[in-house]
Ligand binder design. Structure first.
Ligand SMILES: [Zn+2]
Ligand SMILES: [Zn+2]
Length: 107
């Protein structure tokens, strides 16, 4: 995957940790090359966590998760409208899920 700004490709991607940063921009996982990290306020371009403001987000299994606080970030642009009954079903399911993962609870 190339840098989202300058399209430079990562060299030696198999060589373990690099200076490239990962982030999520408009709901899409992106990479930022070291040059763009130096020359540009790249974190301002990335999606930020609604809970803690961190841009350390990662795309996983179709959702965006904050690596700083562990919360899941709502999709930018919003989900298609759903009726009230379905929406309350979904929030009940989310409640159950968060209860079973105490680490992701927001104080
Ligand atoms: Zn770049
Ligand atoms: Zn967060």
């Amino acid at each position: 995957m190339p840098c989202y700004r300058c399209a430079t490709r990562q060299t030696d991607p198999g060589k373990g940790p690099s200076d490239w940063k990962r982030g999520v921009r408009d709901g899409v996982q992106v990479l930022v090359c070291p040059d763009c990290q130096r020359l540009h306020d790249w974190q301002a371009d990335l999606d930020a966590c609604a809970e803690c403001g961190s841009s350390s987000l990662v795309r996983q299994l179709g959702e965006t998760r904050c690596r700083a606080c562990g919360s899941t970030v709502a999709e930018v642009g919003g989900a298609p409208p759903v009726d009230e009954a379905l929406a309350s079903d979904v929030s009940a399911a989310l409640d159950r899920r968060f209860r079973s993962y105490p680490d992701s609870q927001v104080p």
